[in-house]
Write a protein that binds this ligand. Structure first.
Ligand SMILES: Cc1ncc(COP(=O)(O)O)c(C=O)c1O
Length: 396
C-alpha cells in the first residue's frame, strides 16, 4: 500500500464523504509549488480553493503565525486583542470607511451580512435578499438558500425564507424582483464557482443606483475575488462604485480560517452587543496571519503582480485558444481566469495533474485558474507549456 493509499483508507473509514476528492495527498507547499506525500512536485494554479492566495506557506505569513503562536493564540471576544484591531484597520483602510465583524469562513461572513441586512430592515418589515443564479455563497442553510444553484439545496428542505434569485448581469430582472419586502442585493462581482462570469460595468453602476434609490444594501461577496487577486485589492475597485457591505474569507488568512464582514459607515453599528458573535472570530493567531498577508501584498507589490501576470497568462491562453478549437472563450480579471471549453474539462484536469499541474474545473466545462498572486513568468510559462501538452493530446 502506498502512503497515499494508506491516507485514503483512513478517510474511507473515518471521514464523512462530503467531497468528491482527487486521489492526491498533499504534504508540503512553498509558493506556487506543492508536493504530495510520495514526493512528487506540482505547480499549483488553484492553491487550496483560492485560500493560499499569496502562495503556500508565504514566509511573512508563516513567521507571523509562528511568532504569535508563542505569544497568544486565542482571546475570547469579550476582551480585546491588538491583532484584531490592527487587521480591522488594515481592511477598512484598503476598502471603504466602516467597521468589521470577524468569523471563520466565507459562509459565516455572508451570514453576518445577511443578518445585518435583516436587522436594518426589521424596522420597516423588509427582509428579502435578491441574489443571482449561478452564484455561490456557502453551505450553511441560509447560504445554500442564497446560492443560485439547485444542486446545493437538494435534500435540505425546508429552506429559510427570504431569498430570491435573478439572472446575473440583468439589471431589469433585479428591478422587477424588488418589492416592499426587499432589503438588499447580494452578488459576487465575479462568479468564480459559477464559471468565472464577470459583472458588466454598466450593470454594477445600475445596481448601485438602484440600491441608493430604494434604500437597499448592496452586498458584495468577495470571499473568492478579494485580496489583490483581481488586480485591485478588492474586485469591486475595478468598477467605479463601492458596496455597502463586503464579505471576505479565503485568501485573507493566507491559509488560516477567517471570515470578515465589512459594513460601511451607515450600517457599521446595526449589529449591537449580543446580536451576533463567533467564538473563534478574529483570534490573534488568525489575525496575525492576515496581517502577514497584508504586509506581503504591500511590500512585494502583489496587487501589481496579479494585474501584470493576469495579462501575461491571458495572452498565452489566447494563443492556446487559436490553436485548439475546443477552447470557446477566455474570461479573466487579473488572476481570476476561466477557460470555457466546448468539451468537458474533467479529463484535462486529470491529465494536467499527472503532468504536475494543479488547476480546477467548474461547471463541467470551465477550467478555473487562480494561481498565487506571487506567481512568476517562469512558473506561468511552465504551467502553460504543461497545459499545451495536455490539450494537444485531447481527442474529440
Ligand atoms: C464567493 C464565495 N462565497 C462564499 C463561499 C463559502 O466560503 P466557505 O467555504 O469558507 O464557507 C465561497 C467558497 O467557495 C465562495 O467562493
Amino acid at each position: 500500500m502506498s502512503k497515499t493509499e494508506k491516507v485514503i483508507a483512513m478517510y474511507d473509514k473515518y471521514v464523512m464523504k462530503t467531497y468528491t476528492r482527487t486521489p492526491l495527498c498533499l504534504a508540503k507547499g512553498k509558493g506556487t509549488f506543492a508536493w504530495d506525500i510520495e514526493g512528487n512536485g506540482y505547480l499549483d494554479l488553484f492553491p487550496g480553493w483560492a485560500v493560499s492566495g499569496t502562495g503556500h506557506c508565504h514566509p511573512r505569513v508563516a513567521s507571523a503565525v509562528a511568532k504569535q503562536a508563542k505569544k497568544l493564540m486565542h482571546v475570547s471576544n469579550n476582551y480585546y486583542s491588538e491583532e484584531q484591531g490592527k487587521l480591522a484597520k488594515a481592511i477598512v483602510d484598503s476598502a471603504f470607511p466602516g467597521k468589521v465583524f470577524f468569523g471563520n469562513s466565507g459562509a459565516e461572513a455572508n451570514e453576518a451580512a445577511v443578518k445585518l441586512a435583516r436587522k436594518y430592515g426589521g424596522a420597516t418589515g423588509r427582509f428579502e435578499i435578491i441574489t443571482m443564479t449561478k452564484s455561490f455563497h456557502g453551505r450553511t442553510l441560509a447560504m445554500i438558500t442564497a446560492t443560485g444553484q439547485d444542486k446545493v439545496k437538494y435534500g435540505f428542505e425546508p429552506l429559510p425564507a427570504g431569498f430570491v434569485h435573478v439572472p446575473f448581469n440583468d439589471i431589469e430582472a433585479v428591478k422587477k424582483a424588488v418589492n416592499e419586502k426587499t432589503i438588499g442585493v447580494m452578488l459576487e462581482p465575479i462568479q468564480c464557482e459559477g464559471g468565472v462570469n464577470i459583472a458588466d460595468e454598466a450593470y454594477m453602476r445600475a445596481l448601485r443606483a438602484l440600491c441608493d434609490e430604494k434604500d437597499l444594501l448592496l452586498i458584495f461577496d468577495e470571499v473568492q475575488t478579494g485580496i489583490a487577486r483581481s488586480g485591485k485589492m478588492f474586485c469591486y475597485q475595478n468598477y467605479d462604485i463601492a458596496p455597502d457591505v463586503m464579505t471576505l474569507a479565503k485568501a485573507l488568512g493566507g491559509g488560516l480560517p477567517i471570515g470578515a464582514c465589512i459594513a460601511g459607515v451607515k450600517y457599521q453599528d446595526v449589529l449591537t452587543p449580543g446580536a451576533h458573535a463567533s467564538t473563534f472570530g478574529g483570534s490573534p493567531i488568525v489575525c496575525a496571519a492576515a496581517l502577514g498577508v497584508f504586509e506581503a501584498i504591500k511590500k512585494e507589490g502583489l496587487v501589481k503582480n496579479a494585474r501584470v501576470m493576469g495579462g501575461y497568462i491571458r495572452k498565452k491562453l489566447e494563443a492556446l485558444k487559436k490553436k485548439y478549437g475546443f477552447i470557446k472563450e477566455i474570461r479573466s480579471m487579473g488572476l481570476i481566469i476561466g477557460v470555457e471549453l466546448g468539451i468537458k474539462g474533467e479529463d484535462i484536469y486529470k491529465e494536467c495533474m499527472k503532468e504536475g499541474l494543479l488547476l480546477n474545473c467548474t461547471q463541467e466545462t470551465v477550467l478555473r485558474i487562480m494561481p498565487p498572486i506571487t506567481i512568476t513568468k517562469i512558473e506561468a510559462d511552465k504551467a502553460i507549456s504543461i497545459l499545451d501538452k495536455v490539450l494537444s493530446g485531447i481527442k474529440i
